[in-house]
Design a protein around this ligand. Structure first.
Ligand code: V4E
Length: 211
């Protein structure tokens, strides 16, 4: 399990030029994401995001430390990729889940209906990724979503128990090098998607201060 610390940013042609100057492009890829929740939003109301990307499952959950502070533009989420662990976590959050000893498999989606999970968002992203010349562990992703929104991310992956403050400092320094002076948090792909296509869920998450 690792913790993803990241800061999103809006990019224009100037930012792109700076990214190309200070970074090395490590590739472009395209992926399709499907996000799942119960019809009454039990997971997302707990800031927990269940996703299938390229046939692999991922669960992003808040870390024990405060994951969002008003002063910081960074978010930090634990990433779980082991399906049995994901299943256990999701079951714990969905209180009325049936008692079973079953372990789900990648080939069989029956656990989704068993836990009343439905897909509430799906979109395809084209991502260009960069590492920074002379700096370890920082990745910059430039994302273009197929519903017409683009956003950048400065990202550091920290092994569990690793140094969060140093990750945040690396992100702060990178933001400075990119000339980002934003004082406010930038909307991610999901925020924009929910606002456009799932207004009821968006309103609930907004009033619960999840988004
Ligand atoms: C954690 C989260 C969501 C899950 C998707 O996370 P995100 O990093 O936005 O997506 P993506 O495609 O860049 O994933 P990666 O490839 O980096 O793993 S959806 C909403 N959240 C919470 C959240 C939030 N409340 N505010 C901000 C600025 N970001 C995320």
């Amino acid at each position: 399990m690792s913790v993803e610390v990241e800061q999103k940013f809006i990019f224009d042609s100037d930012t792109l030029k700076t990214v190309e100057d200070i970074g090395v492009c490590i590739g472009q890829k395209q992926f399709h994401d499907q996000y799942f929740d119960t019809p009454d939003f039990k997971l997302t109301l707990r800031d927990t995001w269940l996703r299938r990307r390229k046939q692999s499952w991922e669960l992003k959950c808040p870390t024990a430390a405060v994951s969002r502070t008003e002063e910081s533009l960074c978010t930090q989420y634990k990433e779980i990729t082991n399906l049995s662990e994901i299943y256990q976590r999701v079951k714990e959050l969905i209180n009325n889940a049936p008692e079973t000893d079953e372990t789900p498999s990648d080939e069989d989606d029956s656990w989704l209906s068993e836990l009343h999970l439905v897909c509430f968002a799906e979109f395809t992203t084209t991502r260009r990724s960069f590492t920074l010349k002379g700096v370890e562990g920082v990745q910059i992703d430039l994302d273009q979503a197929d519903f017409g929104y683009h956003v950048g991310e400065i990202e550091v992956l920290v092994p569990e128990g690793g140094d969060m403050l140093s990750a945040q400092e690396k992100i702060r320094q990178t933001a400075q090098r990119l000339g980002l002076h934003g004082e406010r948090r930038v909307e991610g792909k999901m925020t924009v998607y929910l606002k456009r296509y799932r207004p009821e869920q968006y309103a609930k998450l907004l009033s619960a201060h999840i988004l």
